[in-house]
Design a protein around this ligand. Structure first.
Ligand code: ACM
Length: 640
């Protein structure tokens, strides 16, 4: 008896040792609702078989599953469409709905024998598969065969479903045009982290990107500008003979292809036609849409300054004129074709940053105000939005717009996308309207993610840790009215896909977790560790990302009563890093002074160089910070 007990205890101890030896813990992003790590490891056999339901909605998922498995491993799985309990990977649609899971949830069980994913709907199986890849050895992400790997995953039991149904990423393809192939890879990347909505910002001052067959000039003229690189917003105005050959657009066939591509990956596309502001490309194509004389001389914006901020005050009139009856049949044509192309229930009608200074001067607008009893320019915009809502609804779609559409009175059924903080979302929800939270403070991916001294310049900063603190449901608001949230990538300063990836990742990992995972599962330290594991996967996928979370953060404080004397605090977003520095212009390493308390600047020093280390290895970028820059920041800062 004693012997049996001893043998049992020894075997328990072995299980413990074995499970400790299984390697790293799962590093899933977004964190699942529940994850139990069990003893043991699944090792992919050479002879894999897959069981999958016979469902047209899963055709692409199965193709991707086969490719994802067979390209790196070389093991090619046959797929059976009938129940096969002996299959290596079993994808099962529940005959009786599992009420905990909803339409996008799944249960994933990995044992040493096999992998079983169960869901109510195909989307759930798709998300279960996305989690499965993150559990396998990272080399599973390779697009080439990899030799000498034991393809393994820890034994786990996962139950998972999203917190929000609207998990969006906005892609601005107007400021810079991105090809159909680039949009497809954007979709490929977003679904890995369970985003399900691509908000497609298709029109703006810098280009109209969607073919409207009844209005051909929108893409013959409105899609093209002069080529410029550098700091957007400071470029020279194109000369009269300069070629306008920079840009592009999607044909209606392209759009149908993208919609189908997205649907195969369980992504909806929300099209945005941004009116009545941000409309220069439309006005250049059809100058009669303006209330301002001389609009026929305008050009699509190539990145020159044409607005004054704050305001906005337009230097050239980039608005559709609500008092001009021609704009409504124009918009009717646009929304007729847009509605026919995109199956998603909403059309985004923009509404943001509409400069009113040309409306203020317009006789036609004054007459409209008198006729309709409109008291101010906000009410003029509201009049426009209400007419737009009627047009969009006549096409069988619902309207969503940026939070400015609240000003002057919200159209009766419009949903609001809250971007100037969360106040617009709160106000709209209090009026009973649907809301998507997308505040600059947490989800603007065009902002810099590290110190301005290191990052490509943009006018604001959003660090990863701040993005991770995004909470879409404000206190006191009916959570049922908050559809979800989304992160926005504006592309004024994004010229190519490598930089696009750099701006998206890892902040979109943070937002993905805020939108999918239960609020009480969020944990910054755990997220930072899991993000690093995703970096290793992105390295294999050759996806670029920002490592700014490892870089030093400088905080400056003016010393009391000393004229120009400051103290400099150094920190990092990620815990557990060592910070080394120099003031003598040489490049510091881990033999240099280690930062412990705020630094005073030695007399006459002109440069503070800083680098972060972990476990004796450099991990952040060396940051060379001019002392003059620190003093400037201290002067700008209000005394505490
Ligand atoms: C916006 O960022 N103008 C919506």
């Amino acid at each position: 008896m004693k012997k049996t007990l001893l043998a049992f205890l020894t075997s328990l101890a072995l299980v413990q040792v074995f499970s400790q030896e299984q390697g790293p813990q799962p590093t899933l992003i977004p964190a699942p609702v529940s994850l139990q790590v069990n003893a043991g490891t699944f090792i992919l056999p050479k002879a894999i078989t897959v069981e999958a339901p016979d469902q047209p909605a899963l055709t692409q998922t199965l193709k991707e599953l086969k490719d994802h498995l067979s390209i790196p491993t070389g093991y090619v799985p046959p797929v059976s469409k009938t129940a096969n309990p002996a299959a290596t990977i079993r994808l099962i649609l529940n005959k009786t709905p599992d009420t905990e899971l909803g339409g996008e949830g799944y249960r994933l069980a990995i044992t040493s024998k096999n992998i079983v994913i169960r869901a109510n709907q195909p989307a759930g199986l798709f998300y279960g598969i996305q989690s499965l890849w993150q559990l396998f050895s990272k080399e599973i992400e390779s697009s080439k065969p990899v030799k000498g790997i034991s393809w393994q995953a820890p034994c786990v039991t996962i139950t998972d479903y999203p917190r929000f149904g609207w998990r969006g990423l906005m892609f601005d393809v107007s400021r810079h045009f991105f090809t159909k192939i680039e949009v497809k890879s954007f979709i490929d990347e977003m679904v890995k982290y369970k985003y399900n909505l691509l908000h497609f910002h298709l029109t703006d001052d810098e280009g109209w990107r969607i073919q409207i067959k009844s209005l051909p000039r929108l893409t013959e003229v409105g899609a093209w500008s002069a080529h410029r690189v550098g700091t957007f917003g400071t470029f020279s105005v194109p000369g009269p003979d300069e070629p306008l050959d920079n840009g592009g657009f999607y044909t209606q066939d392209d759009i149908r292809e993208l919609v189908a591509y997205a649907k195969d990956r369980f992504v909806d596309i929300l099209p945005e036609v941004d009116v009545p502001g941000h409309s220069m490309a439309a006005i250049v194509s059809y100058p009669e849409l303006s209330c301002t004389e001389g609009a026929e001389k305008y050009r699509v914006i190539s990145g020159e300054k044409f607005m004054n901020w704050p305001g906005p005050q337009a230097i050239v009139d980039n608005t559709l004129c609500p008092a001009n009856e021609k704009i409504y049949p124009f918009l009717d044509k646009v929304f007729t074709e847009v509605a026919a192309l995109f199956p998603f229930g909403y059309i985004h009608v923009g509404g943001d940053e509409c400069a009113k200074n040309f409306w203020e001067k317009s006789e036609a607008v004054k007459q409209l105000m008198q006729k309709e009893g409109l008291k101010n320019m906000e009410e003029v915009q509201s009049y426009f939005e209400k007419r737009v809502e009627k047009i969009v609804e006549s096409k069988g779609k619902k309207v969503i717009g940026w939070d400015e559409i609240l000003e002057g009175g919200l159209a009766p059924n419009a949903a609001v996308m809250s971007w100037r903080g969360i106040a617009g979302g709160i106000a709209a929800a209090k009026l009973g309207h649907q809301v998507v939270m997308s505040p600059t403070t947490f989800v603007y991916l065009d902002y810099m993610q590290g110190d301005a001294i290191l990052e490509p310049p943009v006018y604001a900063t959003l660090r990863l840790k701040t993005a991770y603190s995004f909470e879409p449901v404000p206190d006191g608001v009916d959570p049922k009215l908050i559809r979800g949230g989304q992160a926005n990538l504006w592309t004024e300063q994004v010229y190519n896909t490598r930089h696009l990836q750099y701006m998206i990742w890892p902040r979109s990992l943070a937002v993905a977790e805020c939108l999918w995972s239960p609020k009480d599962k969020k944990d910054w330290n755990s997220f930072a560790r899991r993000t690093e594991a995703q970096f290793a996967r992105m390295d294999i996928e050759q996806v670029k990302y920002a490592r700014s979370m490892f870089d030093p953060i400088f905080t400056v404080k003016r010393d009391d009563n000393a004229n120009d004397s400051i103290s400099v605090g150094l920190s990092t977003e990620v815990d557990g890093l060592d910070i080394y520095y120099s003031f003598d212009n040489s490049n510091p390493d881990n033999f240099y002074p280690k930062y412990t308390v705020p630094l005073s600047i030695p007399k006459d020093a002109s440069m503070l160089k800083v680098i972060t280390y972990r476990d004796g290895k450099p991990i952040g970028r060396q940051t060379d910070m001019p002392v003059e820059e620190l003093k400037k920041r201290a002067r700008l800062k209000k005394p505490e």
